[in-house]
Design a binder for this molecule. Structure first.
Ligand SMILES: *Cc1c(COP(=O)(O)O)cnc(C)c1O
Length: 398
């Protein structure tokens, strides 16, 4: 859905936008009067036109927010896209994708073509690395991985054919915070496009379009849906890259089912309060882990020893519920198997806590992880005292 990015008269704060987002009267009301609170699930493939003149007119306009064909969405998907766009001041619009991985692929392929060079952060989510190595490379796009702490020094890696810089901050598994303003300033001076995977902070804690990033990618599967029961991705774009993003999503046939879009919209209403609880509990646990002799380091952007901590303090409005810590000795597998309140499984951002033994050396080419056995925790909405008791008993078993 397209917004007018020049309109900066909207001073509502994010929590208010989450409550009001996507609830346009023409999506919630009836011509006969009255309106419901939330846009309902509209299921559609065929859209019926009044007559052949309306059919032909529809072909010409290709307008957002107009029923055309099911693949272009209904008010259910439009309201979600609209609400996501509103969270990023300065954005032109948001395209939805069937997963976070599809959103990453859609954003990158909307920017890159054969012959281009991409600068990719070394601590990127592993499937994004695989997209570069297994899909983009054979199709003529070269990738150079860079140190997440490189900052303005990224200038030295730019080649004549460099087209884009991809960031993820903090980094996957090891949580290095990137100097987004420095990288954006360099990119703008060289005419490069910037993309960021903003799944961890969400626009609530890092509104990246206002910071000058062109494309903000979110795996909505995580905090936006928030209940571990649907998969969706989104890309929100600044005006300059919006046309290519929209075209790419449309020609690749990207579509999100209305039931999943509705679940994501439902999740978004409580995003602010859920994130606050994830943030507070994760901070309490991170500080508690710092005091434990069995733990050698805690990789959480709000912990002073964590790489990029000063940049985190400067740029972020908050931290979320995912972080890692290293054991001084023993086995990460044994530790995770000893937990009772933490599920063992991929993904994160739901209401429930999860724990995973992780090995960053599997998916790094520039930096290398030197610490002890690493555990990644997703801190859910349980009572933090129960979680700390559980972590304490598991630490004693190793
Ligand atoms: C999970 C995740 C993705 C991919 O999202 P899916 O919906 O699982 O495809 C992308 N980036 C990050 C940082 C993630 O954690």
């Amino acid at each position: 859905m397209k917004q007018d990015p020049a309109d900066d008269s909207d001073h509502r704060r994010p929590a208010t936008k989450l409550v009001q987002g996507g609830r346009r009267k023409d999506w919630t009301g009836l011509a006969s009067g009255g309106a419901i609170v939330s846009p309902p699930v509209w299921r559609a493939s065929t859209i019926l036109y009044d007559d052949t003149a309306a059919l032909k007119a529809g072909l010409k306009t290709n307008e957002d927010g107009k029923l055309f064909y099911g693949r272009r969405g209904t008010p259910t998907q439009w309201s979600l896209a609209d609400a996501l766009t509103e969270l990023e001041p300065g954005a032109a619009g948001t395209m939805l994708f069937p997963s976070g991985a599809a959103a990453v692929a859609g954003a990158l392929t909307s920017v890159l073509k054969a012959g281009d060079h991409l600068l990719m952060v070394d601590t990127v989510y592993d499937p994004t690395r695989r997209l570069c190595d297994a899909y983009l490379t054979p199709r003529g796009v070269t990738t150079t991985y860079y140190d997440p702490l490189i900052g303005a020094g990224i200038d030295s890696l730019v080649q004549a054919n460099t087209r884009a810089i991809f960031m993820e901050s903090p980094g996957s598994l090891t949580f290095e915070v990137q100097d987004v303003p420095a990288i954006v300033a360099m990119a703008k001076s060289r005419g490069l496009v910037t993309l960021i995977d903003n799944t961890w902070a969400t626009p609530l804690y890092l509104p990246v379009i206002a910071m000058g990033v062109d494309l903000s990618i979110i795996a909505c599967t995580k905090y936006i849906v928030g209940h571990s029961d649907a998969m969706i991705g989104s890309v929100t774009s600044a005006p300059a890259t919006w046309g290519d993003l929209r075209l790419t999503a449309q020609v690749l046939g990207q579509h999100v089912g209305p039931d999943d879009a509705w679940l994501a919209m439902r999740g978004m209403r409580t995003l602010d309060v859920r994130l606050a609880r994830h943030r507070d509990s994760a901070l309490e646990i991170a500080h508690w882990l710092c005091s434990r002799p069995e733990v050698s380091s805690v990789l959480h952007p709000a912990i002073p020893e964590s790489p990029g901590h000063e940049i985190f303090l400067r740029d972020f409005r908050g931290s979320s519920g995912l972080f890692s810590f290293a054991l001084a000795r023993g086995s990460a597998d044994r530790f995770v198997d000893s937990l009772h309140h933490f599920g063992i499984g991929y993904s994160w951002g739901g209401f429930e806590s999860l724990a995973l033994p992780v090995d960053p050396s599997r998916c790094r080419s520039v930096s290398s992880w030197q610490g002890g056995p690493l555990v990644r925790l997703q801190i859910g909405l349980e009572d933090v005292r129960d979680l700390i008791e559980d972590l304490g008993q598991a630490l004693r078993t190793i």
